[in-house]
Design a protein around this ligand. Structure first.
Ligand code: GLC
Ligand code: GLC
Length: 820
């Protein structure tokens, strides 16, 4: 039982107290166009909008030691010649009082060595395409100290994929310019790029370096740069090879004296016809960017920007704040889970310690689900995202599986044919409408596949999504699965025998009948939502038709999706059941047990309850609910990637955290508050903090996966941060356990609490008004709200109608045995 730090709830920070965390524990900088990841030892990299195509700094994934490349500082004591990194990496010299405070959009790393304290705050000022490193160095010695401060980062040659592969070209293209204390990184600027990077320092320089080899010295690493060891920069100007940015500042500090040194790293663009100064030359025009650089090198400006950043986050998180009897729930709802949802909104699945930034674009289903977790915090940005997503939908109603954030175009490499994809758009639009009441979005013209002239109102896109499923039904009346459904690894038409072939794009057998019970449940849910949208907003018009379609699908699931004690998962290419007691392995899968109950399938006839009992018996473990049992032990051609993983990992019986909140929601729908909270807490990162040595990933955010009981190391998490677990867990706790749920007609307050809670309080922003909600559970009472009082007046039912913008609404809910 080892912790590596603690939560500072008041400051909304996680404080890491030792640098040697089991994995780099990271945080994100930026939330608009300029982003970075930063680890607890200052590792990581930055990019403008696209982690692949506009990468500013270089990072080496899967390296040894781990986490190589970062925003490094070195201190050197002139008297002793000793040098160290105040963030531990890359020198890894012993430090006193090391701490890393990861906050909302910023990270502070500090330590002490030999009487010298250094603390650096890293953040991106709101509205800017740059980051500030603000270093404060304090001399706690009895006498004066003569120090050298070196900065060091390595520039990436923009396209991160090319940067890591195309050395025959790249070793010749690197270019920089040094002007005063500003280092400009200009590779490819002389030709087709109209952007460049800059790295500036607030102090006059004693020296600089821009060529890696000159700074490090031959055959040396970042742990022992020759320039730092000798206390003297080489003044190198990179041409080709590996451009870096390193400033050298000399500091003479009296006893007790503190000095601040600011560094600014950023991205700038010039208009294509005004790139050079003078025009016609090949010298970059720096006139536009210099004032911005100078501004953020001034401590007062940096301070103001930092204060602005903190204020912004308070405002964002103010959308929902709760006080419950459980500190782990409070912490995640109020700070970390909400924060993670915003990060998934910004980054999708692009850049983390596990996502290299060169692979996946924005996932269609992923982004739609992410939206469920942030729409209440950023409704305007949610609207924009929905329209972007819908514009990548295809005329067939299907969708590109992914699109590129820079171009917003669908990715041909992966294409479409993941037959669940389009249905998620309906859930996301429904969530947006319930949150905002803004029906105008339904009439918004949106193209198909971004083709000019193909614009149709958004509600038509939603109808085509439903049509896409109905056009592709199999022999049991269940939707055909295509490449995969929510489960990317259930590839029932892939039949892949070639090593390395992508399971997601392989489609080696045609003419099969592989059907998905999961998509059937998702369809039932989505068609119901679309009907409700039609009833509420008058568009789409055929609400009754969608209700019918939902009913029919529900009937197909009951007829062909029920296995006797749980819902089946699918039918394979040949029509054999998957996720059935008749299978040898993979007899029960978690996904349909959750989704069916969420869609209302089996809730009235108690089959859903039976299915959840099966989940409890067969899938629930102390580390969370595993995806399936028994784990697949050998590769099965007819099932695909799911059987490629060793037992207990990923979709093959790992605790795939995305699915756990579906079961939490299902339990809440059935009224089992104890079980709902219990499951919720099993994967709650804060609740797992005490076993950080087992969990290993950051204790402040969800990971995609925790190793299941069949793995050699059950409980070990992987793939933290960019996962649909963030959105769904926030939805599960806030909307279903706490029961504060936006609906078309208002804000529903319908909690499903565990028996030992006596209530909770919450503040929820909703359509411009503020709802102050107090829920009291009478002693021994279980079940649902029996009395609701709004602004002093009792209200029938549990939906609080929308109030005037700016109003504060007092809501008192009682959970009691009787109506009082
Ligand atoms: C990953 C994918 C997501 C998929 C899930 C299950 O999280 O990003 O789209 O649903 O895996 O396979
Ligand atoms: C999901 C799965 C992963 C698979 C990937 C392919 O992320 O979790 O196992 O390789 O999808 O897109």
């Amino acid at each position: 039982m080892t912790r590596f730090g603690h939560f500072d709830d008041r400051a909304r920070e996680y404080v890491i107290e030792r640098p040697d965390t089991p994995l780099p524990w990271i945080n994100y900088l930026g939330s608009e166009e300029y982003f970075g990841i930063i680890s607890n030892t200052a590792g990581g990299y930055s990019f403008y909008r696209d982690a692949r195509l506009r990468r500013l700094t270089r990072y080496r994934y899967n390296n040894a030691p781990s986490d190589v490349g970062g925003r490094y500082l070195y201190l050197r004591d002139a008297a002793s010649g000793e040098f160290w990194s105040p963030s531990w990496q890359p020198t890894r010299r012993e430090l006193e009082d090391y701490r890393c405070r990861h906050g909302l959009g910023y990270t502070v790393i500090g330590s002490r060595r030999a009487g010298i304290e250094a603390e650096t705050t890293y953040f991106v000022p709101p509205g800017q395409t740059l980051e500030v490193w603000r270093a404060r160095i304090t001399n706690h010695r009895d006498g004066p100290a003569a120090l050298s401060l070196f900065s060091a980062l390595e520039f990436c040659l923009w396209d991160a994929w090319d940067d890591a592969t195309n050395f025959q070209r790249n070793f010749s293209t690197g270019e920089v310019l040094v002007e005063g204390s500003v280092i400009y990184h200009l590779t490819e600027y002389r030709e087709r790029r109209d952007h460049f990077a800059f790295f500036a320092c607030s102090e006059p320089l004693a020296g600089f370096d821009t060529q890696r080899e000159a700074f490090l010295g031959p055959y040396r690493g970042w742990d022992r740069p020759r320039a730092v060891e000798e206390g003297r920069s080489a003044g190198s100007v990179a041409h080709g090879w590996a451009p870096i940015g390193s400033h050298h500042v000399e500091l003479a500090l009296d006893r007790g004296e503190s000095r601040e040194v600011l560094f600014v790293l950023g991205y700038a663009e010039n208009p294509p016809d005004a790139k050079f100064d003078p025009p016609g030359s090949t010298t970059v025009d720096t006139r536009r960017v210099r004032p911005v650089i100078e501004r953020f090198l001034r401590p007062a400006e940096a301070d103001a920007a930092f204060a602005g950043l903190r204020e912004r986050w308070s405002e964002t998180l103010g959308a929902l704040q709760v006080v419950t009897p459980n500190e782990h729930a409070n912490r995640m709802v109020n700070v970390w889970n909400a924060y993670q949802c915003m990060v998934t909104f910004n980054l999708s699945r692009s850049a983390s310690f596990f996502e290299s930034g060169v692979g996946r674009g924005m996932g269609f289903r992923d982004s739609n689900q992410d939206l469920l977790g942030f729409v209440h915090m950023a409704p305007a940005r949610a609207r924009e995202r929905l329209l972007d997503l819908a514009a990548t939908q295809l005329p067939s109603g299907g969708a590109y599986h992914q699109y590129q954030p820079l171009t917003k175009r669908g990715s041909d490499a992966i294409g479409s044919g993941f037959n669940d994809d389009p249905l998620w758009l309906i859930l996301a639009v429904a969530a947006y409408l319930k949150e905002t009441g803004d029906g105008t979005i339904l009439a918004e013209p949106v193209p198909y596949d971004n083709a000019l002239g193909s614009e149709a109102p958004l509600d038509e896109h939603l109808q085509r999504a439903v049509g896409y499923t109905l056009d592709r039904l199999g022999p049991h009346g269940l939707p055909l699965i295509g490449h995969a459904d929510w489960n990317d690894c259930l590839n029932l038409n892939a039949f892949s025998e070639a090593p390395g072939e992508s399971f997601q794009t392989a489609h080696n057998r045609e003419g099969g009948v592989a059907e998905s019970v999961f998509i059937a449940a998702l369809f039932t849910l989505a068609a119901g939502e679309l009907a409700a949208i039609g009833e509420r907003f008058g568009r789409p018009r055929d609400a009754a038709g969608y209700r019918d379609a939902a009913r029919q699908m529900d009937a197909s699931v009951r007829a062909h999706g029920w296995d006797g004690a749980w819902f089946r998962r699918a039918y394979d290419h040949f029509g054999n059941a998957i996720g059935s007691a008749e299978n040898e392995e993979g007899q029960i899968y978690v996904e349909p047990q959750g989704l069916c109950a969420m869609a209302g399938i089996g809730v009235d006839d108690r089959t859903a309850e039976r299915a959840l009992a099966s989940v409890a018996e067969r899938l629930a473990t102390p580390h969370g609910i595993v995806l399936l049992q028994p784990a697949y032990t050998r590769y099965r051609l007819e099932l695909g990637e799911i059987t490629s993983y060793p037992p207990g990992y990923k979709e093959n019986a790992g605790v795939f955290c995305h699915t756990n909140p579906w079961i939490v929601i299902a339990e809440a729908i059935l009224g089992n508050g104890d079980r709902a909270l219990d499951y919720y807490l099993r994967i709650n990162p804060s609740a797992r903090e005490a076993i950080s040595d087992v969990h290993r990933c950051e204790p402040y955010v969800y990971a995609q996966m925790i190793a299941g009981r069949d793995a050699p190391d059950p409980g070990e998490a992987k793939n933290s941060w960019l996962t649909g677990s963030a959105a769904w867990n926030l939805v599960a706790i806030s909307q279903w356990i706490l029961g504060i749920r936006p609906e078309h007609d208002g804000l529903r307050v319908d909690p499903c609490l565990p028996a030992d809670w006596d209530g909770f309080e919450a503040t929820r922003r909703f359509r411009g008004a503020t709802y102050r909600i107090r829920v009291r559970a009478q002693a021994g009472a279980r079940g649902r709200v029996t009395r609701l009082v709004v602004d002093g007046r009792p209200l029938e039912g549990t939906v609080v109608p929308p109030a005037a913008a700016g109003a504060t609404v007092e809501v008192e809910a009682t959970i009691g045995p009787h109506y009082s």
